[in-house]
Design a protein around this ligand. Structure first.
Ligand code: FES
Ligand SMILES: [Fe+2]
Length: 460
């Protein structure tokens, strides 16, 4: 593609007005101002500075595996058709007719070589090129000008199947931007046979609160026993040994081997794997209660013998929270996507994942593993995430107390030896520390301070 079009004239702050905020006042070492969650003007600027100015997660390649497959989503508020075009190239087309602006595609996903606008019937190929206009003799000129082809996200790239897009010509390469968070992502992928998995259907939840409240919570080990008390009580009631699911948060979580790590560029990682017994079957041993669990386990042991523990581990939920700024979390076996809708409305979508056995290494157990994996994935987003979302809504409500201005995130700050930085700049701390919030919001501030160099592209 050629045809870079520079943007930015009216995104964020109008170019002829200075930014009205002093970011160093709003974002301090130990606290942030309520306005970053409540001000519609800041939200509007985030849609260019963050949700365009940096790499944003769009989808996983297994959701559009074949040429002509597509799915629709947003990049910030921009409606997007993410497609593998007829030549197999990944493209993020603006889902916006170049005639009068109607969305072209109103389906969630499908397969299409072209998209016809429902309003006046202009038709576009899935590479974005305008291919037909009804009754063209009503126009004085022809349609060879590329301005009539669909706008496209100027940079789309995939890291091991995870597809991201940015409009920022100055953003680093996707790999450089991921940096050290790529390692836990690799480990998360590589626990699947052949490093392959596929994304399944989703559990969709919307809350009336700012999108950052979800990101603030994504590695929060401080809230677990309080916010998710009912979940823990259920586990305690059903599991005599009490060493299941989230039970390691119960008494002194900061003394457990798990930790939180800030990995740069806004990304962070909660690693609960050190709590596991180090053996095949160790992951399954931690799996929390769900209906039919013992029955399934018995069946696995009878049917798969020596490999049963290995297969049960594949069904078990990986105890990690891998958070890729600003909108992707790998949490257990789920892929969670944060989608801002307005300053106080956010979609969170939890995609399940399934094991793929293209190389036939699982003794025909793949369907049994995925059936059980589906049961394990019914637990947390259904029973736990609603606790979190109701807290996010209550925070949004609380932050309407305009005279009480500050939100504190200083847990762990100023305690000698508690927070450690290694030679690569990775910061680690005990599981309940808020260091990941303090660090990611510094990256947010950096992005908000500097106008991004935004472009779209069109086919020539
Ligand atoms: S708005 Fe799409 S054809 Fe008119
Ligand atoms: Fe939670």
């Amino acid at each position: 593609m050629s045809m870079l079009e520079q943007l930015n004239r009216y995104g964020g702050w109008p170019s002829n007005t200075p930014c009205p905020y002093d970011w160093d006042e709003l974002i301090q070492e130990d606290r942030v101002h309520r306005l970053i969650y409540t001000d519609p003007q800041i939200f509007t600027a985030e849609m260019t500075h963050i949700f365009a100015g940096t790499w944003v997660y769009l989808a996983h390649e297994s959701q559009i595996p074949k040429p002509n497959d597509y799915m629709t989503m947003r990049l910030g508020l921009r409606p997007i058709i993410l497609t593998r075009d007829s030549d197999g190239e990944l493209r993020a087309l603006y889902n916006r007719c170049t005639h009068r602006g109607t969305t072209l595609c109103r389906f969630e996903k499908g397969s299409a070589k072209s998209f016809q606008c429902p309003y006046h019937g202009w038709t576009f190929r899935n590479n974005g090129k305008l291919s037909g206009v009804p009754w063209p003799d009503g126009y004085a000129g022809d349609f060879s000008d590329p301005k009539f082809n669909l706008a496209q996200v100027s940079r789309v790239a995939s890291y091991r199947g995870f597809i991201f897009g940015t409009l920022n010509a100055d953003a680093p390469s996707l790999v450089d931007w991921l940096g050290p968070i790529a390692k836990p992502i690799d480990e998360w992928i590589d626990r699947h046979p052949g490093g392959k998995f596929r994304v399944c259907e989703a559990n969709r939840l919307m809350y009336k609160g700012n999108w950052k409240l979800a990101y603030d919570n994504s590695a929060d080990g401080y809230h677990v026993v309080f916010s998710h008390r009912s979940l823990l009580e259920t586990e305690n009631r059903l599991m005599a040994a009490n060493e299941k699911g989230m039970s390691y948060y119960k008494t002194k979580p900061d003394e457990q081997p798990m930790y939180v790590a800030y990995m740069g560029n806004g990304h962070h990682f909660k690693d609960k794997r050190p709590n596991l017994q180090k053996r095949v079957g160790g992951l399954w041993a931690l799996e929390s209660a769900h209906p039919g669990k013992e029955h399934y386990e018995e069946k696995f042991r009878a049917k798969y013998g020596a490999r049963a523990d290995e297969f049960l581990d594949l069904a078990g939920s990986e105890p990690v929270n891998i958070n890729v700024f600003p909108n992707l979390s790998l949490l257990g076996n789920h892929i969670q996507v944060i989608e801002p809708l307005s300053v106080n409305e956010t979609n969170t979508t939890w995609y399940g994942t399934a094991v793929v056995d293209d190389d036939n290494v699982l003794d025909g157990a793949v369907d049994d593993i995925n059936a059980l994996r589906m049961r394990t994935q019914e637990g947390f987003p259904n029973f736990g995430e609603v606790d979190d979302l109701s807290n996010f809504e209550e925070i949004q409500h609380g932050l309407e107390a305009i005279e009480d201005e500050w939100v504190y995130m200083h847990r762990g700050l100023g305690i000698p030896g508690r927070v450690k930085t290694d030679a690569d700049g990775i910061i680690t701390a005990p599981a309940t520390d808020e260091v990941f919030m303090r660090e990611y919001i510094k990256e947010w501030k950096r992005l908000m301070k500097h106008p991004p160099n935004l472009h779209v592209q069109r086919e020539p």
